[in-house]
Design a protein around this ligand. Structure first.
Ligand SMILES: [Cu+2]
Length: 382
C-alpha cells in the first residue's frame, strides 16, 4: 500500500514537471527554438557551453565514483596509504592543459559570434547616412511600455512591433526613464536599453518560423525596472516584406489626420479623448517621445497595455483603474471620467483600426528615395 502511494506521488511529480517543461517548447517565445540566424548562433553557444560543462562534470563524477568504490576500507584494509602524487609533473601538466584547451574551444566561437552579432555596419551607407535599404527601428523603453519608431518611414507605433521576415532588422535601443532590456527570446537578445547611450544590434526572423508561430513572437523586458516590470511585455508581428511595407503605408494614411469615429457613441468618445487623453496619446503615427503609447492602430493590437486580452470589456477596466492592472504605471490619476464617458472612449479606441491596403506603398518608397538623395547630397558635402 505504502509503496503504491510512493509511486503515485512520483508520477504526480513527473506529470507536473512535464507540464512545466512543455512551456519550454513554444516557438513564439523559446530561446531553445530559434526563429532566425541570430537566435540560432546564440543557441549554438548555449549547446556548446553545456556540452563542455557536461563533459567536465561527467568526467569528474566518474573519477570520483571509481575512487570511492575502489578505496573502500573493507577492500583495502585499515592501514592502506594510497600512492602520493603531490608535485607530480605529468599530472600537473595534464590538468592544467585540459582546462586551457576547453576554454579555447569555448572562447573562439563565443568571441566570434559576439562580434558578428554586434556588426551593424549595414545600417549606414559609406557616406555615413542611414541606409535606406535596411529596416531600422528606434526602440524606446518606458516604464512599462515600448515605443517603436521606423526611421526612414517616419512612423511610430507602440506595444506591437511589426517587422519584415528573412532580412536583418536593425534596432537602436534606449531607455526613457530607467534601464530596461529588450528581449525577443525566439529571435535573440537580450540587449540593455540604457538612459544615456544607444545600443544597436540586429535580429532576423525566418519566414517559415514566423508562419509556424502564427506570425507572432513574444517580447519581454529583461531588466528589473519597477513594480510592473513583469508586465512589460510586447509582441512582434513578423510579416513578409510586401505585407510589412503595406502596413507602414496603411499607417501613413493617418499621418496628417487621425481616423474619424463613425458610430455615435464612438464620436462622443473621440471628443472626450481629445479633451482628456490626447496630451499623452497620439493617434497619428508621427509623434515619437509622447508621454504614453501611440494609439494610431490600437484597434488592431493583440493585447491591451501589453498584457490584457484585446476586447472592449478589458479596455473599460483598464481605463477605469489602470493601477489595479499595472501598479505604478504612469497613466493612473491623469483624468476623471464617469462610467458612461469611459464606455464611449473605449468604443472610440476599439474603432482605431487601419484600413487594410489603403496606403500607397509606391508613394512611400518614392518619398524615402527622395529623402535618401537629400541625405546623400548633404553627406557628400562633408
Ligand atoms: Cu522594464
Amino acid at each position: 500500500m505504502k509503496n503504491s502511494w510512493t509511486k503515485t506521488k512520483f508520477y504526480m511529480l513527473m506529470s507536473v514537471l512535464a507540464i512545466f517543461l512543455a512551456g519550454c517548447g513554444r516557438e513564439n517565445l523559446s530561446a531553445l527554438q530559434p526563429a532566425g540566424e541570430v537566435g540560432r548562433q546564440q543557441f549554438f553557444l548555449i549547446i556548446l557551453s553545456i556540452s563542455i560543462m557536461l563533459l567536465v562534470v561527467g568526467t569528474v563524477a566518474i573519477a570520483f565514483t571509481i575512487a570511492v568504490v575502489k578505496s573502500r576500507r573493507s577492500k583495502v584494509g585499515e592501514d592502506f596509504v594510497p600512492k602520493q602524487v603531490a608535485g607530480n609533473h605529468t599530472l600537473e601538466v595534464i590538468w592544467t592543459t585540459i582546462p586551457i584547451i576547453l576554454l579555447i574551444i569555448l572562447a573562439i566561437p563565443t568571441v566570434w559570434v559576439t562580434f558578428t552579432l554586434a556588426d551593424v555596419e549595414d545600417m549606414v551607407t559609406e557616406d555615413g547616412v542611414a541606409n535606406k535599404d535596411s529596416v531600422i527601428v528606434n526602440v524606446t523603453a518606458y516604464q512599462y511600455w515600448w515605443e517603436f519608431e521606423y526611421v526612414h518611414e517616419n512612423v511610430v507605433t507602440s506595444q506591437d512591433l511589426v517587422v519584415p521576415t528573412d532580412e536583418k532588422v536593425f534596432f537602436n535601443l534606449k531607455g526613457a526613464d530607467v534601464k530596461h532590456s529588450f528581449w525577443v527570446p525566439a529571435a535573440g537578445g537580450k540587449l540593455d536599453t540604457n538612459v544615456d547611450g544607444i545600443n544597436s544590434f540586429y535580429l532576423v526572423f525566418d519566414d517559415d518560423k514566423a508562419e509556424n508561430a502564427d506570425r507572432l513572437f513574444y517580447g519581454k523586458c529583461a531588466e528589473l525596472c519597477g513594480p510592473s516590470h513583469a508586465l512589460m511585455d510586447f509582441k512582434v508581428v513578423a510579416l513578409p516584406r510586401a505585407e510589412f511595407d503595406q502596413w507602414l503605408a496603411d499607417m501613413k494614411v493617418y499621418e496628417e489626420e487621425a481616423k474619424v469615429a463613425s458610430a455615435d457613441d464612438a464620436k462622443e468618445g473621440q471628443e472626450i479623448f481629445n479633451n482628456s487623453c490626447i496630451g499623452c496619446h497620439a493617434v497619428t503615427p508621427t509623434n515619437p517621445g509622447a508621454a504614453g503609447p501611440n494609439l494610431t492602430n490600437f484597434g488592431d493590437r493583440e493585447l491591451i497595455a501589453g498584457i490584457l486580452e484585446h476586447n472592449k470589456e478589458n479596455l473599460v477596466s483598464w481605463i477605469k483603474d489602470p493601477e489595479k492592472i499595472k501598479p505604478d504605471n504612469k497613466m493612473t490619476g491623469a483624468y476623471q471620467l464617469n462610467d458612461e464617458e469611459i464606455d464611449k472612449v473605449a468604443a472610440y479606441l476599439m474603432e482605431l483600426k487601419l484600413d487594410k491596403n489603403s496606403g500607397d506603398v509606391e508613394k512611400m518608397k518614392k518619398e524615402i528615395e527622395a529623402e535618401e538623395k537629400e541625405d546623400n547630397d548633404e553627406g557628400s558635402d562633408k
